[in-house]
Design a protein around this ligand. Sequence first.
Ligand code: H2U
Ligand code: ZN
Length: 347
Amino acid sequence: MDFLRTAPHRRLNPLTGEWVLVSPHRTERPWMGQREARAGTDVPAYDPDCYLCPGNRRAHGAVNPHYPYTFVFDNDFPALLPESEGEKIDRDGLMVGEAERGICRVICFSPRHDLTLARMTVKDIARVVGVWAAQYRALGALDGIGAVQIFENRGDMMGASNPHPHCQVWATGALPNEMAKELASQSAYWRAHGSALLVDYLRLEREAGERIVFENDHFTVLVPFWAVWPFETMVLPRRHVGAIDELTTEESTALAAALSQLTIRYDNLFETPFPYSMGFHQKPTDGEAHAEWQLHAHFYPPLLRSATVRKFMVGFEMLGSPQRDITAESAAARLRALPATHYLATA
Ligand code: H2U
Ligand code: ZN
């Protein structure tokens, strides 16, 4: 297995069936990148111009309540609408289109404009986990909703419109692409082995140990063997569970603690509020049991070498396969070695 450390090779993502090219021999390239000053100290706790801060007016005139912890509202500019009608078109399988219905919401994590998950207390993050569970359950129970995607875009680099800590929920009729690929892979694995793909994968990872970033009693954070983004991670429950609303109170708190530990380490890596897109893949809400599905979160951060030097998915990666230089093992070792307390004070 030495080639995994030294030679160009490719690794399979069993969840999506896609390959990533790994070029560990290239990490020897010299890098003289400078360190930016510690970032994140210049954001006010309340911003009168923020459309998410308590008491402020949003774009279409609604006024946010003076919420003490979390706040959920229907997106004023939703990508999907509950009513969308039209005959499906299918011209020889070459031009296929259909109406899609859905609901989009925004969830504020905290009234504090200047906080992020990394700087919130585990107790307050656990409240957010509770909101995620309630939203998944309520939206998933609606007629015609097949999937509930909870995701957070953090940082300018990821196109987040506002530093105020928040995420979005898009509930859709159809399974989005990533969910569809993961469903196909997990179903095939379940049929072949009678066990859940990610449960078996986590067992292998815990035996190996080298890609694990953090663990508590109920959750493991790891850099997946097939990671594409330099510091990509997955958050996995140790128990076989399909969605956040199936977690016990103790497990929800453990998830909050795992998210806290991960985002603190991310921020500490380059001493900057770490940008990323993250989200939970929970079992489809199409009414089927989905025993094959294992709850998990993906974190996809773009940074590579410093607070400003990011990885670009261009060239060969757009046209061929994604590629990385630093191995999943060395990324995990770096994240694991970072301090467990934030470089700035916590809330
Ligand atoms: P992002 O930062 O991930 O873009 O999320 C912010 C969302 O907030 C975005 O989807 C919505 C945008 O449509 N929004 C409102 O619902 N009301 C507003 O007044 C401004 C922004
Ligand atoms: Zn704000």
